[in-house]
Design a protein around this ligand. Structure first.
Ligand SMILES: *Cc1c(COP(=O)(O)O)cnc(C)c1O
Length: 393
């Protein structure tokens, strides 16, 4: 291939050209502070208002429910810590799941250190939370349930609608980390009973360092950043105007193309999974076949090291991820793969490919051929393992 094949859209996405073009004026000539009352400032304030309307349009909510942040991590922190502060008098019980993003899990650990009680729900072997366990875990003093809309590693879609229904009769807030889901699948928080929702621009072809938190009307989380009166007095600091403008355009574009793009990605996803399952032995799909993000392919290959495979595929011009995270120099299998019951060795042989709207069938065919080669080489390199493979074949 004469170009890089980018199959890591769950890590980040390339900015759309029209997003980039829309941002340029606000990086150069339209540099007014949105809080200033002269024209240059008012123009910036109007640009923010437009972006807020664009995002609200995608969520079918009121623009006043959208608060701009620095990204998914800040939105998640604000939703959790803000709720904990707001509801301190009502209870200290929080429910989340074992396969959340670290932006949720590490914030929950922080809250535990501050005296909050966190229940981490189990998931089944497909990575779907157990609804009965949620119902059992709900207490009168539960203040928050935070369950992601879609998982970033295995692409599993969580039963958000069902959770929303269960929580309608309960005082606990419902937060969802929709960083992976926003722009990929339709989500209307008001219809679904969602009180708080996090999203991040760079996961849907917008710029990095820019996201938002949706807050249901009449829900007033305390400010997270203290200072000026920006964002209705709830999130201080001069707004990142250019990025917010870009994120607004990106949101609108995603929504417009959602049906077409997701159909295309689903077809390519299933084609890729089918080919790998048929052509590479000792391989299995992680996550649900049906309840799955359109572009997610996550597979475990027995007897290989995923990190090595990622580097070898990079040599072939392919960008993808492995099922482990390198923390402090040591490779730890991901908590998501652990939560669905994979043993550490299988988890370490896991690769994630996340398709983008521009991914082609030729790229998938090329990638599958390279995966076959890399997996074969890695299995062959480990003679004792390859003996095991041959023995079983
Ligand atoms: C990427 C991601 C985040 C963090 O978003 P940033 O904007 O990179 O801080 C949070 N949750 C999920 C599910 C993600 O995929």
């Amino acid at each position: 291939m004469d170009h890089k094949i980018y199959l890591d859209s769950a890590a980040t996405t390339q900015m759309d050209e029209s997003v980039f073009q829309a941002m340029i004026p606000y990086l150069r000539d339209e540099y007014g502070n949105p809080s200033s009352i002269y024209d240059l400032g008012v123009d910036s304030a109007e640009a923010l208002a437009r972006a807020r309307r664009q995002i609200a349009g995608v969520l079918a909510c009121d623009p006043s429910s959208i608060y701009f942040t620095s990204g998914g991590t800040e939105s998640d922190n604000w939703a959790l810590i803000g709720t904990a502060q707001l509801c301190r008098e009502n209870g200290r019980d929080i429910i989340t799941s074992k396969l959340e993003h670290h932006a949720i899990l590490h914030t929950c650990q922080y809250l535990e250190s501050r005296g909050y009680d966190v229940t981490y729900l189990d998931v089944d072997e497909l990575g779907i939370i157990k609804i009965e366990q949620l119902i059992k875990a709900l207490r009168t003093d539960t203040i928050l349930v935070s369950i992601m809309a879609a998982n970033n590693e295995i692409g599993t879609l969580e039963p958000i609608q069902q959770i929303g229904k269960i929580l309608r009769g309960h005082s606990a807030f419902f937060h969802t980390d929709a960083v992976q889901a926003f722009g990929q699948i339709p989500i209307h928080p008001r219809e679904l009973g969602i009180d708080l929702l996090s999203a991040s621009g760079h996961k849907f072809h917008g710029p990095k360092g820019c996201g938002f938190l949706y807050m249901r009307e009449n829900l007033m989380l305390p400010s997270f950043l203290h200072g000026g009166k920006q964002e209705n007095g709830r999130r201080a600091g001069t707004e990142n105007v250019a990025s917010i403008v870009g994120m607004g355009i990106a949101a609108e574009l995603c929504a417009k193309k959602m049906f077409m793009v997701s159909e295309k990605k689903r077809k390519l996803r299933d084609y890729m999974i089918r080919r790998i399952e048929n052509e590479i032995p000792y391989t299995h799909l992680n996550g649900s076949r049906k309840q799955r993000l359109p572009g997610n392919v996550n597979l475990s290959f027995q007897y290989i090291n995923g990190e090595t495979a990622v580097l070898m595929l990079d040599e072939e011009g392919i960008c993808c991820s492995s099922g482990s995270a390198c923390t402090s120099g040591q490779t730890e299998p991901s908590h998501v793969l652990e939560s669905i019951g994979l043993d550490p060795d299988t988890a370490k042989g896991t690769l994630r490919f996340t398709l983008g709207e521009r991914t082609t069938r030729e790229e998938i065919d090329y990638t599958v051929e390279k995966i076959k080669k890399v997996v074969k080489d890695l299995r062959g390199a480990n003679k004792s393992l390859s003996a095991k493979v041959i023995e079983r074949e």
